[in-house]
Design a protein around this ligand. Structure first.
Ligand code: PFF
Length: 447
């Protein structure tokens, strides 16, 4: 990268990373994956995956970025391992794939802001979701959301993004806490908490094979791992930063926002009697549940506009971080100005997102493929590189700025080498088994 900067302040890095991490993954995916993968049992596997796999893997990405101070692809050659560049390439591709359908969901959010203002979904929340989530409407909304993302990245108004992030994270937390307090008074609250928070041990064991790939994938998705984002962000970090403390703050905040989303969505879903584990519990969970809730409270329209407005900001700040990563790499290597690159990449993203916008079955398929194949592969390759190829050099880099990690550095290294690698190999095996071998998985026929 030509003009290497470092973050002006340490909170600047942490907040920007939280801005990338907190997104549709927390507010949309997490409740939706929980609903369709066994409720509280999924939450348990997910929390374990975040702590034992996601957090160490995030530190591995930080080490790569700060050690090299270059983009995610060149970081590998900078460390003298040219053929490992393919891993950085896989991360950029993974991010590209995810962003293609992320834009479609971003489009839904835009529609819901408009719909809230008019009270359009109040009479039939599930029907409204069906009508705006796929088809021409969704294609147009996807294009508008994407245009916003491309526009911001093309202009490079990073000041704007940074300032928005500072307001965004606290406002999401405040708003979600307020919503959670309100839904606690609903008749379905107890059943909602039960579904979300009380795991059934029998079901956990019986369904571990299907739950684990999604729980591990969710940990990666929500922490923005395997998409070249965290390598890029940490490449702007100075040597005196404590990466372990920063990573801890990011992981904890991000997890809390996801839990809050669950505390809001499930009581509403059970109050309105939705089919939690299928139907409206699926991709539409967040939209149908909250929309139904806003339809029943005073000032529901205002509440709806504010809520979906916050979801939009969270989605935008994540999408921008991802497009920025791809643009930065292309910009560094091909000497094409960003105001050409951003729209060009945007057109490619639009085309790749079309199937998802035309049918939610395709969106679910793209999403499953990201969770079960792209994300695990990408994080696995990074973990092998950092753990086994860099090895003790990686520990030395992690130690910088921590004031001494004690035995913690070794523990982290062996966690990356063994726990992260083993968990991902298991995830891949289970995921591939489910997609290709299990009868009726319908991998090639999402319909
Ligand atoms: N951690 C982000 C989220 O949970 O929404 C993941 C992400 C997805 C970031 C898509 C960026 C993006 F474009």
């Amino acid at each position: 990268m030509s003009d290497r900067e470092t973050w002006a302040t340490r909170p600047g890095f942490v907040l920007a990373a939280i801005g990338s991490a907190v997104g549709l993954g927390n507010l949309w995916q997490f409740p939706f994956k929980t609903a369709t993968n066994g409720g509280a049992a999924f939450v348990v596997f997910y929390l374990v995956a975040v702590a034992l796999v996601g957090f160490p893997a995030m530190l591995a990405e930080f080490v790569l970025g700060r050690r090299t101070h270059v983009n995610a692809v060149d970081a590998f050659s900078r460390l003298g391992h040219r053929k490992w560049r393919a891993v950085g390439g896989l991360a950029v591709l993974t991010g590209f794939w995810i962003l293609s359908y992320y834009n479609v969901v971003g489009g839904w959010v835009l529609r819901y802001i408009l719909g809230s203002a008019r009270g359009a979904y109040f009479s039939d929340p599930a029907g409204y979701f069906g009508s705006v989530s796929a088809g021409l409407d969704a294609v147009v909304a996807q294009a508008v959301f994407l245009a916003l993302v491309v526009g911001i990245v093309a202009l490079g108004i990073e000041d704007g993004i940074e300032k928005a992030t500072k307001v965004m994270v606290p406002s999401i937390v405040v708003l979600m806490v307020a919503l959670a307090a309100w839904v606690a008074t609903l008749p379905g609250a107890a059943a909602g908490y039960d579904f979300f928070l009380s795991p059934d041990p029998g079901a956990m064991v019986a369904n571990a094979g299907t739950i684990i790939p999604f729980a591990v994938g969710q940990a990666f998705f929500t922490l923005s791992l395997g998409m070249a984002i965290m390598v890029t962000y940490s490449s702007y970090v100075g040597g005196d930063d404590n990466l372990v403390a920063d990573g801890g703050a990011i992981v904890v905040t991000n997890t809390l926002v996801g839990i809050l989303a669950g505390l809001v969505v499930f009581p509403i879903l059970l109050t309105i009697g939705a089919e939690v584990t299928t139907g409206t519990g699926g991709a539409g969970a967040l939209f149908v549940a909250t929309a139904a809730g806003f339809g029943t409270v005073p000032f529901g329209r205002l509440f709806g506009v504010v809520f979906f407005g916050v979801v939009l900001i969270a989605a935008l700040s994540s999408a921008i971080s991802l497009l920025e990563t791809a643009v930065a790499y292309a910009n560094d290597n091909y000497d094409v100005p960003r105001h050409y690159l951003a729209p060009a990449i945007g057109v490619a993203l639009f085309l790749l997102g079309l199937p998802s916008a035309l049918d939610t079955a395709w969106l679910t398929w793209f999403d499953s493929f990201a969770y079960q194949v792209f994300l695990p592969l990408s994080v696995l390759a990074t973990a092998v590189f950092v753990g086994w190829v860099l090895g003790r050099d990686a520990v030395a880099e992690l130690r910088e700025g921590t004031g001494g990690l004690g035995a913690g550095g070794e523990v982290w290294l062996w966690t990356v080498r063994v726990v992260v690698v083993a968990a991902i190999v298991l995830t891949l095996a289970l995921g591939i088994n489910e997609m290709f071998l299990v009868e009726d998985a319908g991998f090639f026929q999402p319909f």
